[in-house]
Design a binder for this molecule. Structure first.
Ligand code: SF4
Length: 198
């Protein structure tokens, strides 16, 4: 019979209390202990597998969420994150940064959408992804047109663009990392940095 991790936790909490104390002859005490065992708090949570996004190790995580409210359209809320014991990279372990993921997720300081600071102001305001991508593309184009170096002083073709750099992300897949590398290099950018060391 296949026993899920969740069923195992539930049964073992009650079973251990009942059997170890019961074996000593304290049957009533064992039952009382079993009855007092707290229900597994993630019993009703939805379990989702994912990878920790904070470095290129990409440890496996289990994310537990519950419906936030009773309405059928209620948005799920993440209530717990832990290492995935079945993941070949980390076997259930997480470093302190990964183990603190829940704190980052619910942090009031977490950036969840593009923000723009107009010239001459110290205030950031929320903008759409379309606006942000167009603005980045426009600024990149202007800078490249102004600073692209096709040939060096000896007349050798170099096709360099040294005035703009590019950051990749550690949670990119191999394919997305490869595309990032191809795109950035095709523009002539040399300053490419990425935790995944592509
Ligand atoms: S848990 Fe730590 S080591 Fe693992 S991916 Fe996250 S940040 Fe990297």
């Amino acid at each position: 019979m296949a026993v899920t991790r969740r069923q195992f936790m539930k049964v073992s909490a009650a079973g251990l209390a009942a059997s170890s104390v019961g074996a000593l002859g304290f049957v009533d005490a064992g039952e009382a202990l079993a009855a007092g065992a707290r229900p597994y708090r993630l019993e009703k949570a939805t379990e989702t597998r994912n990878a920790c996004p904070y470095c290129a190790v990409a440890c496996g995580v289990l994310i537990y969420s519950t419906a936030d409210g009773t309405s059928k359209d209620a948005k799920p809320k993440v209530v717990h994150i832990e290492g995935d014991p079945d993941h070949p990279v980390n076997r259930g372990t997480l470093c302190p940064r990964g183990a603190a993921s829940l704190g980052y997720l619910h942090s009031a300081n977490r950036l969840q959408y593009p923000m723009h600071r107009k010239p001459g102001t110290d205030k950031f305001e929320r903008v759409s992804w379309d606006f942000a991508l167009d603005r980045i593309a426009q600024l990149m184009k202007e800078d490249r047109d102004k600073n692209f170096i096709a040939k060096n002083r000896d007349g050798v073709t170099v096709n360099r663009w040294l005035s703009t750099g590019f950051f990749g992300g550690s949670s990119l897949s191999n394919e997305a990392g490869w595309l990032t590398y191809k795109f950035v290099r095709s523009t002539g950018i040399l300053a490419l940095e990425d935790q995944a060391r592509i």
